[in-house]
Write a protein that binds this ligand. Structure first.
Ligand SMILES: *Cc1c(COP(=O)(O)O)cnc(C)c1O
Length: 449
């Protein structure tokens, strides 16, 4: 093991060097992937030297998500204390289903869940779990809601035509999950959003009333804290009142920007969060932990047990349900995703997490200010968003992003809102500083001068 850890350190040094000197890996054409790298598996073991050379080649050509040129996705960067926790989790290799097998790791997970429930002012009855990603957190939420409103569903399958509500710019997992829970994608009502990408509450209520009149059972509303393209925040407070009036479960998908709960300056963006029935947040997005670290909390843990607990004598042999986390999980064996967030939070404090979140908004503000001041650019995004959407010199966004990628200049993606295509630069990457934002624009201007 020690030898492999030494090799690990050597390889990581190569990676860090690459990130610094070649922040965007030269992409390999897919047609050449299997000939340019030795990915084959053979009957004979690899010779150590070859193994090391192959690994270093793979590292060099793998996209660099922790470099200062990565603006492509809703994650990026590297918080070293979180990496430390994740590496330890790999070495410890516990499975989170029982206290017997995970011991204090259970306490770590419970501490995080409690802290998040407290932050959003959920009552003492609240609890949560870790899911394999934001899509799966949303899945767990809608499944709990289904079982609340059609308690026979778990045993017999759904017995009533049920409908779900989410905005037309919400994450695609909502539709996918509707098929998973057996109600079907056709029963997802895509509620129109305003010019900023925020769900229209009046349109929501009108649709709920109409569905009720048509004999449907409206049961679940998904609101979003940070829509995937524009980074918009739905009006949770207003939507929660509609859900209360008509008795629907309200879930807040905070996979992207739920991290605002840590910021005194930005938590107003999720005003009313305490009235939701469930809330999900991806720590691997705004909080910068390694993938994946997705948390789901619900205001009454009863619903977690109702939907996810199963008896299993071969598994649950000691301790109470409260410490056997398998009883509230989508999975059986489960990776320890909690430790990396705990090591980060423990070492930077809540204040440190707040600074991270604030800095992302600050950098986005700097980017918007730059765009507004330069006539070659057109801006499409709004205040209070860490997605900065723009076009440059009317170059089609896809052309611009693809050329920057192929030339190994920048990793940035494009998006679309109400028929308009644009470049979407995201300031979530935890290693970014002001100079990297300026460098981003300079790189574009030089590439397309
Ligand atoms: C990223 C994202 C998700 C999905 O999270 P995964 O961890 O990628 O499954 C869901 N909702 C929103 C708003 C997101 O931005």
């Amino acid at each position: 093991m020690i030898e492999d850890l030494e090799l690990f350190n050597e390889l990581v040094e190569i990676l860090l060097n690459e990130e610094h000197f070649n922040p965007v890996a030269q992409p390999i054409e897919t047609e050449e992937l299997f000939t340019s790298l030795d990915l084959n598996l053979n009957a004979e073991p690899a010779i150590d030297d070859d193994f090391k050379i192959t690994l270093s080649q793979i590292i060099k050509s793998t996209p660099k998500t922790a470099s200062t040129s990565f603006f492509n996705q809703l994650f990026g960067g590297r918080m070293s204390r979180a990496v430390l926790g994740d590496l330890l989790a790999v070495m410890l290799n516990n499975s989170m289903y029982t206290y017997k097998v995970a011991g204090p790791q259970v306490g770590i997970e419970k501490t995080l869940l409690r802290a998040i429930c407290d932050l959003i002012k959920y009552p003492k009855s609240a609890d949560g779990t870790f899911a394999p990603g934001g899509s799966m957190s949303n899945y767990m939420a809608v499944l709990m809601a289904r079982d609340k409103y059609d308690p026979n569903a778990r045993q017999r399958g759904i017995t009533r035509p049920m409908t779900i509500y989410t905005s037309d710019v919400s994450h695609y997992s909502i539709g996918k999950n509707a098929s998973f829970i057996g109600i079907g994608k056709d029963q997802v009502r895509l509620i129109p959003s305003n010019s900023k990408g925020e769900m229209l509450p009046d349109a929501l209520e009108k649709q709920i009333i109409e569905d009720k009149q048509n004999g449907m059972l409206p049961f679940f509303v998904n609101a979003t804290a940070g829509t995937t393209v524009l980074g918009a925040f739905d009006d949770v407070d207003t939507i929660s009142k509609i859900c209360k009036t008509h008795d629907l479960w309200l879930h807040l998908d905070g996979a992207y920007c739920g991290g605002v709960i840590f910021s005194a300056q930005y938590k107003h963006l999720v005003n009313g969060i305490e009235h939701t029935d469930s809330f999900s947040i991806n720590a691997h997005k705004m909080l910068g932990t390694p993938l994946s670290c997705s948390i789901l909390v619900t205001r009454d843990k009863k619903y977690l047990y109702d939907s996810f607990s199963n008896e299993a004598e071969y598994l649950y042999q000691t301790d109470t349900d409260d410490f056997n986390l398998g009883k509230t999980s989508l999975q059986c064996g489960r990776r320890n995703d909690a430790l990396k967030l705990w090591t980060l939070w423990k070492s930077v404090g809540s204040n440190g997490l707040e600074s991270m979140v604030n800095s992302q908004f600050h950098l986005a503000e700097i980017a918007r200010t730059y765009i507004k001041a330069h006539p070659d650019y057109e801006l499409y995004s709004f205040e209070n968003s860490i997605s900065v959407c723009f076009n440059y010199k009317n170059i089609p966004a896809k052309t611009l992003c693809t050329q920057l990628y192929k030339d190994a200049q920048l990793m940035v993606g494009f998006g679309n809102f109400k028929g308009q295509d644009f470049v979407r630069m995201v300031t979530i990457n935890s290693v970014l500083q002001e100079k990297d934002i300026r460098n981003f624009f300079t790189t574009i201007e030089q590439a397309f001068s």
